[in-house]
Design a protein around this ligand. Sequence first.
Ligand code: FES
Length: 173
Amino acid sequence: MTDTATPVTVDGSGAPPARRRFLAWVSLGLASLAAAAVGVPVIGLLVAPLARPVGDRWHPVGPASRFRIGETVKVTFADTQSTPWSGRTAATAAWLRRVSDTEFTAFSLNCTHLGCPVRWVAGAKLFMCPCHGGVFYEDGAVAAGPPQRALTRYPVRVSQGTVQIQTSGLPIT
Ligand code: FES
């Protein structure tokens, strides 16, 4: 009498070893494809902004008619170095002063000591830093405290009635 039963394999699955190896490779290949399909776009999203050159950019901050001569006001715009996932932190600001009908001056909000945001005190005509007592005159020059250099100035232009500020990477020393 001959034995016609299925041969029993080592793991008891009944599949021949070559077929199991083939299925294992197919599973591994499909898993790798799935990982690449998810991972490559995510890595690209994270790395692409780092490789993007950060050039100078003009930011519109409002119609020229909104600003009164002699006033210094805070204006907000999107940070040049922001990334798609920056969220609310992408918003930054500058101090803008209308000097005359056609002339504007803009200062960085960040103190040149360690980057804290300075505030404009109109009564004293000074920019004050809350962190270590840095003080700047209305033209941005250092008046007191640890900062070694004046507030950074941004180029300003008026284009088609809109005030624009040009910024680049934040120059903190
Ligand atoms: S960060 Fe402004 S004085 Fe230090």
